[in-house]
Design a protein around this ligand. Structure first.
Ligand code: GAL
Length: 412
């Protein structure tokens, strides 16, 4: 029997809408889980079955470890939350389904902003579909605490330290953050952007220029980063990002420097972003947009039913309706061109406006902390050096700059 009729029979034999997918992700905090619930309900509304493969751990390190073991056992899920350089690396190893035929057939390329298409492509092939664009360089501050203490929101790192000293004197934790490498690297990235600027950031982390990595600007950025040790919570060790956000919500802490998944957490806790908790560019980074593009990739499968289910999931993720419903809850903005932002909160509208402005002015930057700017090994090496530096009260900024350069060189 020729293959063709068999394939058609196999496809047609599925009861309509009986697609099922197993999806690996790490969206498990309050806000993240609500966003995944949006996706699950839209998938179920199509009559499909969602097998949740959720791995706890903000930033996704644990999820990637589990995914490696499943893939090496030749038993990958149909889909996984893979993004940035990690996505490109998995694609380069041949594990992922090339979605280019679907994209061309369905006209997706006209609907993706250039950054989104580039970030999801490997050698010109589309290797994932986007769920949303997060902005990383945000400062979140508890408005009630600032009003009660008559404090002015900081717009540069000198002002941040001055405000932090005032908060500390009043018994309020200035900076909500935990000691995980990825959280500290998000903070470092904000200091690098605010104290060093765009050119410094590009030279150091996109070009990995030796002179920049070991030069006086890097020493100054590292010194400012180390100075922030004085402002972290007593519960700093082991504090998860969403627990830091909870401290911000209650006013136990006054500020958090973190991506806008914080906004999803605030909304899930009925705190109004832009009202109860103000959203501002991280100090010194106004006009810059450090992006973290979330995306879902499809692992190669042979079973026609699995291929059909993957196609249906990819088409769902690319619909304006899903992009609205998911991103309003997740805290990110839609990853399609010209989204309707009317039903988004004030912070999301500001993020979208700043995204468009940054696209025009060339200040749209891949987040190094969120795996958008360097290969995974390089990012891990940077996080290790920065984590050790921040957690050591006696560490030297000059020596650390050389450790950073050496770690980046050795990760190549
Ligand atoms: C990022 C991810 C975001 C957010 C954050 C905290 O890596 O891209 O969607 O969930 O981790 O877990």
């Amino acid at each position: 029997m020729k293959l063709f009729p068999f394939a058609i029979v196999a496809l047609l034999s599925l009861p309509a809408g009986a697609s099922q997918v197993e999806v690996l992700h790490w969206w498990t905090s309050g806000g993240e889980a609500k966003a995944v619930a949006e996706l699950k309900s839209e998938w179920a509304a199509l009559g499909n079955q969602w097998n949740d493969f959720a791995i706890q751990g903000g930033g996704g390190k644990s999820a990637m470890t589990v995914l490696k073991s499943r893939a090496l056992a030749a038993n990958p899920p149909e889909a996984a939350h893979l993004k940035g350089y990690e996505l490109k690396e998995w694609a380069g190893l041949g594990f992922l389904r090339d979605l280019t035929p679907m994209a061309e057939h369905l006209g997706w390329y006209a609907r993706l902003p250039p950054m989104v298409r580039d970030t999801l492509s490997q050698n010109g092939a589309l290797m994932a579909v986007p769920t949303g664009i997060h902005r990383v360089n945000w400062l979140w501050l508890n408005r009630k605490v600032f009003e009660r203490l008559e404090l002015t929101p900081p717009t540069d790192w000198n002002q941040f330290v001055a405000v932090a000293e005032q908060l500390k004197a009043q018994g309020v934790t200035p900076l909500a953050i935990g000691n995980e490498g990825w959280q500290l690297t998000v903070l470092f990235e904000a200091v690098a952007l605010g104290e060093g600027g765009v050119d410094f950031y590009r030279k150091a982390f996109l070009e990995q220029d030796e002179a920049t990595l070991t030069g006086p600007d890097m020493v100054r950025v590292l010194s400012r980063f180390h100075q922030l040790r004085a402002y972290v919570p007593k519960s700093f060790v082991g504090l998860k990002w969403h627990q830091a956000t909870n401290q911000l919500e209650t006013g136990e802490a006054a500020m958090q420097v973190m991506g806008d998944w914080v906004k999803g957490e605030l909304s899930a806790g009925n705190y109004r972003p832009g009202e109860d908790v103000e959203c501002l560019p991280s100090p010194g980074s106004a006009g810059l947009f450090s992006y973290n593009l979330d995306s879902i990739a499809m692992f190669k499968q042979r079973d026609p039913a699995q291929l059909q289910a993957q196609g249906e999931l990819a088409r769902l993720l690319m619909t304006p309706h899903f992009q609205q419903a998911f991103n309003r809850v997740k805290g990110s903005i839609p990853a399609l061109v010209e989204p309707d932002m009317k039903r988004f909160d004030r912070c999301a509208i500001k993020s979208y406006q700043d995204f468009k402005a940054a696209e025009q002015s060339g200040t749209l930057l891949p987040s190094m902390a969120e795996g958008m700017a360097t290969p995974t090994n390089t990012r891990q090496a940077i996080m290790d050096v920065l984590g050790n530096f921040f957690n050591d009260g006696r560490a030297s900024a000059e020596l650390t700059a050389h450790h950073l350069a050496r770690a980046i060189r050795s990760a190549r």
